[in-house]
Structure formats: structure tokens, C-alpha cells
Ligand binder design. Structure first.
Ligand code: FAD
Ligand code: NAI
Length: 468
């Protein structure tokens, strides 16, 4: 049966479901097509949420095994019950995805379970999960189909011995050895999960550094911390092949710049070399929707594709592949479709690696500022000088704030340390309001709190930190 909508969103991830909710809040008639069988997309089902559930459980395990004693807590040797840990993670995921279904009902959004294909600028044909077909007619179509794992030629993912992040979130037992290919966000987060649970983890990275794109000084310290925790790094190397047998995997590894190949034997391999937009089966060819040189749906700053009435958001388009960016895209687009203004500044999207300590950043790195010839000030403060961090025994890391000397605006912040992912929010807000380091420095921060390190770093931009 065909029905007329103002908006049909294809994909129920953070981009799509948020766009649908915001559009419905603004009075538009909305349908959302999702083929997974559950809402929430990559993020809630096989991404952000399950990974953070396992990061938290494994962090607690490491606290119990390594750090309780320091606090004067004596327990018998903790053991991992992987089945129970996974079941808790699944319960967290389930609660989250059901929550989105509730929000859809509350906002009177039609949830169509099936795979959508664009058949004209106003129609989407859905192959329903329960069988059969439905055609939806809408004034506007939003592509929010997200992304998928980038494959590595010669290393075929079977989600058993050679896994993507999805398989790494459901391993049935703690492997003895794991090789992670790619020292990016997934490699470090999921590598940390399994290391904490007892796996010997080696991270092989093509470049000579981990976390490409992040501030060099931040990355140096972060790598030192991770290496101390037991992650082994093999930088400047690439994996050129993998042989999988019942007993494990043998990888062929070569220096990135050329040289002798070697073999590495391991139980499990995690391929984490990036993600790419997912547009398979969407019918973009027939609809005439253009892609950019990296296979992303090409849009203007209003999320409009080259075909009138067809828009795109989230991981499927340019910009950081992050859930909160996808959400902001969704909100801005919904507001524009309802005749309001909407805008997302990708320069102020924070990025967080949820290891412990956490690593968080927003805005420009020092390397970028130098390259752009911007005259800038640096304010830095170590957690070793923060009272709360000392009380927590979490003193590794620092806060760094960068201010443009000419405009007196904060243009970047880089934090490695306890709860860095929460601390960065203050600097994002400051940047949104065009604040200077002085503005942050003159804001009263509660004591004793980790956030005082942000204030002290801001004070240090004028070399007047109090506790250093
Ligand atoms: P998605 O979440 O990928 O959703 C797209 C949806 O569209 C999918 O459910 C898919 O089934 C559906 N779909 C595709 N094609 C069709 C079709 N033709 N018809 C119907 N439905 C279709 N980001 C963070 O910000 N923080 C994190 O901590 C974080 N952790 C992550 C951990 C992992 C392991 C991974 C893999 C990713 C993580 N991300 C994280 C990234 C985050 O998941 C993505 O940026 C986010 O999900 C993108 O949202 P989206 O709505 O654009 O796409
Ligand atoms: P990534 O882009 O973060 O890192 C990939 C890494 O693999 C890079 O360091 C790259 O140099 C390296 N690499 C590429 N090809 C290689 C090769 N052949 N051999 C060895 N190394 C190679 O990608 P990742 O970790 O897969 O994550 C994908 C995306 O998911 C991220 O871009 C991020 O946006 C999102 N994500 C976000 C999280 C968060 O916000 N906390 C958590 C997990 C994922």
C-alpha cells in the first residue's frame, strides 16, 4: 500500500532515527525504513553501545585485578565469565534499541521494516523483511544508510578467526593471542577490551604512528600509556595476506616502506582499517545521485544531493564518521525540511577514544595550526597536579588548550586522561560561543574535580596556572 509522507528516511541509525524524530517533532509526517530488524543502526547494535558496554566491563575487571589492592581492597583473584559479560552487553543493546522504537511510537513515526530502494525522487520501494513489497511516496527522501567495514584484500573476514568490529564484540571466549590490523579508534578500543580480559594483543599499523589525524603530542603520550598497559605496537607495517586454519591464523606482514616479509601466528585477527559509506541496493545509479571521489554521497552544505528532494546525512556523506555528527546532521536537515534554519560545524565535532585513560579532541591540532600559519598559544596542565585525579589514582595524561593569538579564540583542545570524553564537552561549548582561554580560566570550576585541569590549562595559556 502506498501512503504520502513529508519525509521518508532510509536507515534507522543515529542519523536517520534522530532526523525522523526531529522532523516529527516539527509536525512533519515521517516514515523510517530500516532493514536490520532493529532501530539504532551500527551505533546502537554493533558499534558505540556494545563496545562501550564491553569497555566498561573490562575496565572494571582490570580495576579489580590490578588496582583494587592500591585502594586497600582485598579480593580473591577475579575471574572473567565471558558468557555473562556478553549477556549484559546484549541486554544494554536491547534496552537501547527498544527505546528508539518507543520514541518512534511516541512521535507517531511509521517504522517500515525492510530494505529501501529509491525508485524516483519521490518514491521508495521497500522489500519488506516479512516478505512482500511496499512503495512509500514522500516529498523528501533522506539517505541515512551509514557505513560498513573497509575490507583488506588478502585478509578475508569470516567473523570467527578473522573478525571485523562486529565479530570482535561477540567472541565466545577470551583468545590467547589477537592481532589488530589498524591502530585507529576501533583497534585501540576493542584491542583494549581483549587485552584487559587477558589476551596478548599486537596492533599492526601501516603508518609510523597511532590515531592518525590526532594531535602529535597527545598521540605520543597516549601510545606510551597503551604500551605500558601491555598493548604491543608494530608500526610502519602492513598485512599482505592471511591463512586461516582451525587452530588460528598466519599473517604475512611487511614493512610499509618495503623490506622482508615475516609471518605472525595468532588466534584471532581484528581488521580495523576504517569504514566506508554503505549505499548498496539503494538504487543511487538509477536515481542519478552523484558520489564523491571517496564513494560518499555528494551533498551541499544543506545535505541536498544533486537530485532535488533527495538528501543524505551521517556516515554516508563527508565529515567525521561519528554518531553525534550523524545526529547533528539529522537535526539540522529535519529543521531545514520544516522551513527552519539548520547548520552543523564539522570543525567543532569532538572525537573521543573510550579507552582508559580516554583520549578526546576538538578543533585544530598543533600540526594543523602550524601548517595554516596560525600564530597560537598553548596552555597545558597535567593530571598529576589535579587533586581529584590523585584521589582517584588516575594521574596519567594532560589537558592541552590551543588559542589563536590574533582572534583570542580557543581553536582546539586535546585531552588524554580520566573522563577526557566528558571534559572535552566544556571546550566544545566554549568554542561554539567563541570563547577565549581567559573565558574558561575565569569560569568558576568545582573543587575537587577533573574539570579543574581544563581551567588550569586555560590559565596556562597565559602562563598563570595556579597549581603548577
Ligand atoms: P548507521 O548507524 O550505520 O545506520 C545506518 C542504518 O541504515 C543501518 O542500520 C542499516 O541497516 C540501514 N540501512 C542501510 N541501507 C539500507 C536500506 N537500503 N534500507 C533500509 N535500511 C538501510 N561513533 C561515535 O560517535 N562514538 C562511538 O563510541 C562509536 N563507536 C563505534 C564503535 C564501533 C565498533 C563502530 C563500528 C562504530 C562506532 N562509532 C562510534 C561510529 C558510529 O557507529 C557511526 O558513526 C554511526 O552509527 C553513523 O550513523 P548513521 O546513522 O549515519 O549510520
Ligand atoms: P580509523 O580510520 O580510525 O583507523 C584505521 C587505521 O588503520 C588507521 O590508523 C590507518 O592508518 C590504519 N590502516 C589502514 N590501512 C591499513 C593497513 N592495510 N594495514 C595496517 N593499518 C592500516 O578506522 P577504524 O578504527 O576502523 O574505525 C572506523 C570509524 O569508526 C572511525 O573512523 C570512527 O569514525 C568510527 N569509530 C568511532 C569510535 C569513537 O568515536 N569512539 C569508536 C569506533 C569507531
Amino acid at each position: 500500500m502506498s501512503e504520502n509522507y513529508d519525509v521518508v528516511v532510509i536507515g534507522g541509525g543515529p542519523g536517520g532515527y534522530v532526523c525522523a524524530i526531529r522532523a516529527a517533532q516539527l509536525g512533519l509526517k515521517v516514515a523510517c525504513v530500516e532493514k536490520r530488524g532493529t532501530l539504532g543502526g551500527t551505533c546502537l547494535n554493533v558499534g558505540c553501545i556494545p563496545s562501550k558496554a564491553l569497555l566498561h566491563s573490562s575496565h572494571l575487571f582490570e580495576e579489580a585485578t590490578e588496582h583494587f589492592d592500591t585502594h586497600g581492597i582485598e579480593v580473591s583473584k577475579p575471574k572473567v565469565n565471558i558468557e555473562k559479560m556478553m549477556a549484559r552487553k546484549d541486554k544494554v543493546v536491547d534496552g537501547n534499541v527498544k527505546g528508539i522504537e518507543f520514541l518512534f511510537k511516541k512521535n507517531k513515526i511509521t517504522y517500515v521494516k525492510g530494505a529501501g530502494e529509491i525508485t524516483s525522487p519521490t518514491t521508495v520501494k521497500v522489500a519488506l523483511l516479512d516478505g512482500g513489497e511496499e512503495t512509500i511516496t514522500a516529498k523528501n527522501i533522506v539517505i541515512a544508510t551509514g557505513s560498513e567495514v573497509t575490507p583488506l584484500p588478502g585478509v578475508e573476514i569470516d567473523e570467527k578467526n578473522i573478525v571485523s568490529s562486529t565479530g570482535a564484540l561477540v567472541l565466545p571466549k577470551v583468545p590467547k593471542k589477537m592481532v589488530v590490523i589498524g591502530a585507529g579508534v576501533i583497534g585501540l578500543e576493542l584491542g583494549s577490551v581483549w587485552r584487559r580480559l587477558g589476551t596478548e594483543v599486537t596492533v599492526i599499523e601501516f603508518l609510523d604512528r597511532i590515531l592518525p589525524g590526532m594531535d602529535g603530542e597527545l598521540v605520543k603520550q597516549t601510545q606510551r600509556i597503551f604500551a605500558k598497559q601491555g598493548l604491543e605496537f608494530k608500526l610502519g607495517h602492513k598485512v599482505t595476506g592471511a591463512k586461516s586454519t582451525k587452530s588460528g591464523v598466519t599473517l604475512t606482514v611487511e614493512p610499509s616502506k618495503g623490506g622482508d616479509a615475516e609471518e605472525i601466528k595468532t588466534d584471532v585477527v581484528l581488521v580495523a582499517i576504517g569504514r566506508r559509506p554503505f549505499i548498496t541496493g539503494l538504487g543511487l545509479d538509477k536515481a542519478g545521485v552523484e558520489l564523491d571521489e571517496r564513494g560518499r554521497v555528494k551533498t551541499d552544505e544543506h545535505f541536498q544531493t544533486n537530485v532535488g528532494g533527495i538528501f543524505a546525512i551521517g556516515d554516508a556523506i563527508a565529515g567525521p564518521m561519528l554518531a553525534h555528527k550523524a545526529e547533528e546532521d539529522g537535526v539540522a536537515l529535519a529543521e531545514m525540511l520544516a522551513g527552519e534554519e539548520g547548520h552543523v560545524d564539522y570543525g567543532k565535532v569532538p572525537g573521543v577514544v573510550y579507552t582508559w585513560p580516554e583520549v578526546a579532541a576538538v578543533g585544530k591540532t598543533e600540526e594543523q595550526l602550524k601548517e595554516e600559519g596560525v600564530d597560537y598559544k598553548v596552555g597545558k596542565f597535567p593530571f598529576t597536579a589535579n587533586g581529584r585525579a590523585k584521589a582517584m589514582e588516575n594521574t596519567e595524561g594532560f589537558v592541552k588548550i590551543l588559542e589563536d593569538k590574533k582572534t583570542h579564540r580557543v581553536v582546539g583542545a586535546h585531552i588524554v586522561g580520566p573522563a577526557a570524553g566528558d571534559l572535552i564537552a566544556e571546550v566544545v561549548l566554549a568554542m561554539e560561543y567563541g570563547a577565549s582561554a581567559e573565558d574558561i580560566a575565569r569560569t568558576c570550576h568545582a573543587h575537587p574535580a577533573l574539570g579543574e585541569s581544563v581551567k588550569e590549562a586555560a590559565l596556562d595559556a597565559d602562563k598563570r596556572a595556579i597549581h603548577m
